[in-house]
Design a protein around this ligand. Structure first.
Ligand SMILES: [Fe+2]
Length: 286
């Protein structure tokens, strides 16, 4: 073994004494192997530039083009800035409301994200954690009657918060109304299997989220919305979760094919959180 793995939970690990910016083919392969067994991998003390972050992420496959071009990093168009910082002229440094509801990244796209690699640049003193929910455990915990109701069904996923009564627009994000109005008009809903099979491991998981799943195909609203509420309640159950408490220069890579995640927020007034995000492209879900 070239890499040292510190197992944090059954499905979360830290890769220790590791430099993301100088990966070899051998260490890349071992990280990929570890990523099949773990849904979250954390690398501490990685002071990568945006270009280095992009190069690191590309070792694992092609990257998605960030959906919000307003906030890509000037040094690398692969890197999206997530930040609550507002400049004196009222403009935002990054996406202010990133990750503010449970979701799997880009499940609103026909071919959703395989993985996300997030680097912490500046952490707040309080708050700013990320929660991960293991959707394989959730699926296994469902009563058989519920599982039967969703088997073979497809969720309707849409990126626009304006089409999702479970979400509200962040008052702190100046472009939110315009962005989601345009998204509602130009980005049609996509269908995703409610039970998804992981392409690398063959393990099934529940593939819905309060952020993006707005309906169930072929099911009336009266039936679908309570069913979605029932499913979403599981995601909020701590026994299926891991909480990542960030330090500056942490890099975390997570598997969107079997997890939901959420930014917890709760920053003290005036405190700053800034992250750099890259997303690995994935294949159509099945
Ligand atoms: Fe996300």
């Amino acid at each position: 073994m070239y890499i040292k793995i510190n197992q944090v939970t059954d499905w979360v690990a830290e890769i220790v004494d590791f430099d993301c910016a100088s990966m070899t083919p051998e260490t890349t392969r071992e990280v990929e192997e570890s990523f099949k067994r773990n849904h979250v991998l954390a690398f501490r003390d990685q002071s990568m530039t945006p270009s280095e972050l992009s190069a690191f992420a590309k070792k694992f496959g092609p990257l998605e083009t960030p959906i919000n071009q307003l906030y890509v990093h000037p040094e690398s168009s692969d890197v999206l800035i997530l930040s609550n910082e507002i400049r004196t002229d009222g403009t935002a440094v990054g996406v202010v409301d990133g990750g503010d509801g449970w979701h799997s990244d880009s499940s609103h796209m026909k071919s959703p994200a395989k993985a996300t690699i997030l680097q912490s640049i500046k952490n707040p003193d309080i708050g700013g954690d990320t929660l991960y929910c293991n959707m394989e455990l959730v699926l296994n915990a469902l009563p058989s009657s519920t599982r039967k109701r969703i088997a073979g069904r497809f969720g309707v996923h849409n990126v626009s918060k304006l089409l999702n009564p479970r979400m509200t627009l962040s008052a702190k994000r100046p472009d939110a109304q315009e962005f989601y109005q345009k998204a509602a008009a130009t980005k049609p809903s996509v269908l995703q299997p409610m039970i998804r099979t992981h392409p690398a491991t063959g393990v099934q998981s529940l593939y819905v989220s309060p952020r993006f799943t707005i309906a169930i195909e072929g099911m009336s609203e009266n039936e679908a919305q309570p069913l979605l509420d029932e499913l979403f309640a599981y995601i909020s159950d701590e026994k299926f979760q891991y909480r990542h408490i960030w330090s500056d220069n942490d890099v975390v890579m997570w598997d969107n094919r079997c997890l939901n995640h959420k930014a917890t927020g709760n920053l003290a007034p005036g405190d700053i959180r800034r992250m750099h995000r890259t997303v690995l492209s994935g294949d159509e879900a099945f």
